[in-house]
Design a protein around this ligand. Structure first.
Ligand code: IFM
Length: 427
């Protein structure tokens, strides 16, 4: 057996998002969606992390974490258009201070699936002025946090966000419309570009020189029937739209997908300082006779048990070799990579640890092959509210008893702590 020693300063930690852990996020569009009965169960007080963040960061520090990814909740900062809640701003200043006091590097996400209710009610990301609205919010956040935060993610999983909220309609505003989805993608790209410039401009005015990215969900797409050309074609198209197009626009300033006129978005060119990668597994694609574009070509993994030998408790594919492939593929962009999410829900915690270990081994192997990877965030620090799936799935390094809000570190959390502390992994 050999071991891989990670470089000094490699960042080890975990991730959360505001709406999934904070509780009582009453001004967010997801809150309204939940109150309208559109999900299994409402987020309610969630993990009460808004009040218990100190206790939670004590646990993260005791587990050797040196990085923590969390999101600022726009709807708390700006509960009504143009009205800024200074207490909420002060709260996040305190959150960042609490991390720094524990020698944990903060990584701040500006948008993680939730938007203020007023924003969504007025048309949300379908409106061109959504870009300006997001820019104003970014400006307010960087004024408050810029002097203590280096790592920023503007938008979490933009293509997942678009798919869930504007194609499948399983999150607010519950739209199922390709034309609107297309507009939203463009505005998210422009919003990212605007935020990128604001974050960098702030560096000249006292903020830390920032490192800015998106957290891009990058599944390894595979054809359900590798011998069937339409499945292979649909897999190629899905990869192009879901994985490549958004990213390439942030590099080249040009949105280009098959069957759609190429669009220049010059302000988006060269707006990634690193690449945030979220990875959960492979996704299998079956072409359907509808001729509708992505994601109509997706197929249910459940129909293809032969390809999926190992699954999470949610039925998702487990395939660390594909993680290695994804990291190696995207390292060709020559940007540092930060794994902004990777994690699982397994009923048996020993299997959760096995998942984590094998994925960290994939990170090590990618680095051996030349990938520049600067950190790894496990999803998630705590069990939390998994959107439409409610509180059932438990991804946490830390188990949360929602009735008492008691925290209990899982074995996986302890074992991961060893990895964080030794900065090395056996291969
Ligand atoms: O919980 C989500 C998170 O909000 C975004 N990435 C995937 C996680 C697990 O489904």
């Amino acid at each position: 057996m050999t071991a891989f020693q990670f470089p000094e300063g490699f960042l080890w930690g975990s991730a959360t998002s505001a709406h999934q852990v904070e509780g009582n996020n009453i001004h967010s569009d997801w809150w309204a969606w939940e109150q309208a009965g559109r999900v299994k169960e409402p987020s309610g007080v969630a993990c009460d992390h808004y009040r218990r963040f100190n206790e939670d960061f004590d646990l993260a520090a005791s587990l050797g974490h040196t990085l923590h990814r969390f999101s600022v909740e726009w709807s708390r900062l700006e509960p009504a258009e143009g009205r800024w809640d200074e207490d909420a701003v002060a709260h996040y200043v305190e959150v960042v201070r609490a991390l720094r006091q524990r020698r944990i590097e903060p990584l701040v996400t500006l948008h993680h699936f939730t938007s203020p209710q007023w924003f969504t009610a007025q048309g949300g990301w379908t409106r061109p002025d959504s870009v300006e609205r997001f820019a104003r919010y970014t400006q307010r956040v960087v004024e408050a946090l810029g002097e203590s935060v280096r790592y920023w993610v503007t938008i979490n999983e933009p293509m997942v966000y678009v798919r869930m909220h504007y194609v499948q309609g399983i999150g607010p505003p519950g739209v199922e419309d390709f034309a609107q989805a297309r507009r939203v993608i463009e505005h998210l790209i422009r919003a990212h570009a605007a935020a990128y410039r604001i974050l960098h401009a702030a560096a000249g005015a006292g903020a830390i020189e920032p490192q800015v990215s998106i957290a891009h969900h990058l599944p390894a797409f595979r054809p359900c029937r590798p011998w069937w050309p339409p499945d292979r074609w649909m897999t190629f198209v899905t990869d192009r739209i879901f994985n490549r197009a958004f990213l390439e626009t942030l590099i080249e300033g040009r949105w280009s997908v098959p069957g759609v006129a190429t669009q220049m978005i010059p302000e988006a060119r060269a707006t990634l300082d690193f690449l945030g990668v979220n990875f959960y597994g492979r996704q299998f694609i079956r072409s359907l006779p509808t001729h509708r574009p992505w994601p109509a070509g997706s197929c249910d993994l459940g129909h293809h048990p032969r390809q999926v030998r190992e699954r999470t408790a949610l039925g998702w594919d487990v395939h660390p070799d594909s993680f290695l492939e994804v990291l190696t593929r995207w390292s060709r962009l020559r940007l540092p990579i930060l794994v902004t999410e990777n994690g699982t829900w397994m009923e048996d915690d020993a299997r959760r640890w096995d998942f984590l270990l094998r994925h960290v081994q994939a990170v090590a192997r990618a680095m051996q092959a030349g990938a520049r990877i600067i950190g790894y965030c496990y999803w998630s620090l705590l069990d939390n509210f998994e959107w439409a799936d409610g509180f059932g799935p438990r991804f946490g390094l830390i188990d949360v008893d929602y009735a008492t809000q008691q925290r209990r570190v899982r074995q996986t959390g302890e074992r991961y702590a060893q990895l964080c502390r030794t900065n090395r992994v056996e291969l």
